[in-house]
Design a protein around this ligand. Sequence first.
Ligand code: NAD
Length: 260
Amino acid sequence: MSKLKDKVAIVTGAASGIGLASAQRYAQEGAIVVGVDRNASDAWAALQDATPGSCFHQIDVTDGAAQRAVVADTVRDLGRIDILLTAAGVGDGGPVGMLEEETWDRVININLKGTFLSVKSVLDQMCAQRSGSIITIASVEGLNGTEGGSAYNASKGGVVLLTKNVAIDYGRMGIRCNTICPGFIDTPMLHEVMDAMPDFKEDVVRETKVGRMGKPEEIAGAAYFLACEDSSFVTGHTLVVDGGYTAGHSHGIVELMGLV
Ligand SMILES: NC(=O)c1ccc[n+]([C@@H]2O[C@H](COP(=O)([O-])OP(=O)(O)OC[C@H]3O[C@@H](n4cnc5c(N)ncnc54)[C@H](O)[C@@H]3O)[C@@H](O)[C@H]2O)c1
């Protein structure tokens, strides 16, 4: 039995990477999925063919009016909103003294304000239903600092706390709100970094205790858990899905002792 049968899910950042993989997983589990992204996506034609009712809106998440219009269309056409997953995001930053104000504004606007606008746009409908599961995508870089992280880390730290506050304020209305903090996941966002820094992947894999980067489908699995009733008592939670990246440090002792 599909655990998301006939549920209606809005997914932002749905054209690529984590958002696309999550939209595909929700559709596989029986949900009708409304994709949102500023870019179009070839993958959506197949998803819409396989899942009647699913549709795609090409908008920018920093545009509050456009997000409200997507919600209004969804309620008009599908009658409800059960799940919101906010995966639209960009990476950028640098040491603060070298960071252009425009870069700061762009990253905060898309990652943090865009998430705020997405969440705000569904709350009236979810309150009227007295049900809903909101899942935001933050990052392990919203929990700990990283070299040159600045704007990106600040935006993701903001998403972690915004999520907790929504859980506190709306729990009694039947709305759950949780965040996923992915580690390093093999998506187009990271490909840009890896192209610019040849040693980056090797460094990340060394720090990731399972010895590899994550796959978008592995974040989609967590996004499915938080969307379905298996997580009915989970809210305000920060679910780290990072292959052990934040578990702690290793210094080669187990290799020395012959364990690996
Ligand atoms: N890949 C990783 O290692 C990683 C790790 C931690 C967190 N994340 C987060 O996961 C989320 C998804 O990233 P991804 O790795 O799948 O990257 P991605 O680049 O593959 O996907 C991001 C999507 O967001 C869309 N987007 C960006 N700005 C937008 C805007 N203003 N309006 C609408 N859509 C917009 C892009 O068009 C793209 O389709 C992001 O929030 C990212 O910060 C990624």
